[in-house]
Design a binder for this molecule. Sequence first.
Ligand SMILES: NC(=O)c1ccc[n+]([C@@H]2O[C@H](COP(=O)([O-])OP(=O)(O)OC[C@H]3O[C@@H](n4cnc5c(N)ncnc54)[C@H](O)[C@@H]3O)[C@@H](O)[C@H]2O)c1
Length: 495
Amino acid sequence: MRQVKRLGLLGTGVIGGGWAARALHFGIDVVAADVKPEMEGWIRGAVENAEGALARLTLAPLPPKGRLTFTTDLNAMAAQVDFIQENIPEQLELKQRILGQVSRHAPADVLIASSTSGLMPTDLQRDMQHPERFLVAHPFNPVYLLPLVELVGGAKTSAESIDAAARFFTYIGMHALKVRREVPGHLTDRLQEALWREILHMVNEDVATTGELDDSIVYGPGLRWAAMGTNLIYHLAGGETGMRHMLRQFGPALKWPWTKLEAPELTESLIDKMVEGTQAQADGRSIREIERLRDGYLVAIQQVLKQFNIGAGSTLRALEERLYEDAAGTARASIRASVDKGTELRLIELEVRPEWIDYNGHMTDSRYLQVFGDATDALLRYAGVDDEYRKSGRALFTVESHVTHRAEAKAMEPLYVTTRVLELDDKRIRLFHSLFRRRDDVLVATAEQVYLHVAQGKAAAMGAALHEALARVQASHAKLPAPAHAGRVTLRPAG
Ligand SMILES: NC(=O)c1ccc[n+]([C@@H]2O[C@H](COP(=O)([O-])OP(=O)(O)OC[C@H]3O[C@@H](n4cnc5c(N)ncnc54)[C@H](O)[C@@H]3O)[C@@H](O)[C@H]2O)c1
């Protein structure tokens, strides 16, 4: 299967827009295709809207943003992309027809996935050419922030297609959940639907308002679900003997009439109650306002879960590890060549992201430290400070940073960082970074930084292999003239 550099979107509504934002953010080009030309403006707006929250998801070094193009020619899109994600309305005949059509224009090694909420892949792939490359890849709204994507194969889907799709979705920061066999509604929508049907019953029978039912989730089970789901939490409900005891204790309740599952009739009066209830909850706030609030806390929750390496937090952690490794991987080969030649290391290539711009139209202060930090990270990874090293309780902490600003960097400006090892002892290293504009090699900023090696929270000598690798780099820099802006800090004791 192909490496996905360009994603094709079929249908650019709510879900297509979400896929576009996620893919572009992680450096994938997007060709968006929709039958309605006015959707171009819509999808560009959706991508822009998503950017605020996405930009706060991680500080790990990102590749340059992907490029978005739009077309109303579905076949032309299919002929020029590496992966197609279909997001047109949830109608079986329409999807079958359009999937069959685009499959005749997409090369045989291009995977085609459907975002369908509940249709079966065997039905969807019926009229396709090369149906073995088709699967359901069901995301969740907002696609750009929720990592879950359910992967479901149909009767003709190959296992390789599912695996290749899982690799792509993981690359763009998602948790690919392989569903063992196709069932209507896949996994998550079956669970959500059960809850939803009970909600409709209770509102219909005036047992509770929509707001009270939401309170019954958000103050309680919702907090547990985000990290442990239902089953592991119920395992805890059984005390020391876990699930077995829990089933013995609460088993009889399964026979009681606690749930109805079959939905009530959607009468006008029920619809009114649902609409009035949610309007009261919205309390005058627009959909956009509530979306921004939702996006903000979805980012914050994932960052908290990351500390516990659990659920969506472990997906975010794995994504960041991949991003740092990719940045370091690019740096590795160039470090080796530089050490041989005795030149400065060129560690990081980047573009000033639009969200890094301050009110003066230039890259804002804090991002300089982030970029220099990424360069340090790439050097240290090369020398052996990776996840394994850190798991042993050892790391390098920043103890001093001196940044000088020499020129401006505007949005989308391509930049690069060069790095020198100025000093090294058994516990400390002094680095000097220079940030340049790629187009004219003008120096934009410098940073002189001292890092201290710690083990189990205390200053301690570096591991021998790490020290040796850094010493080799330092020796290769020994003959270079001292950088003009260096000397604001030194490892030698004062006086
Ligand atoms: N909305 C959700 O929360 C959600 C979540 C997960 C999955 N899904 C699934 O994603 C799919 C799309 O849902 P949505 O909410 O984005 O719908 P939507 O109505 O917002 O968008 C559908 C888009 O498809 C376009 N379209 C219609 N016919 C087309 C055709 N023949 N060719 C190309 N484009 C066409 C429409 O112009 C529209 O822009 C559905 O299958 C749905 O079940 C939706």
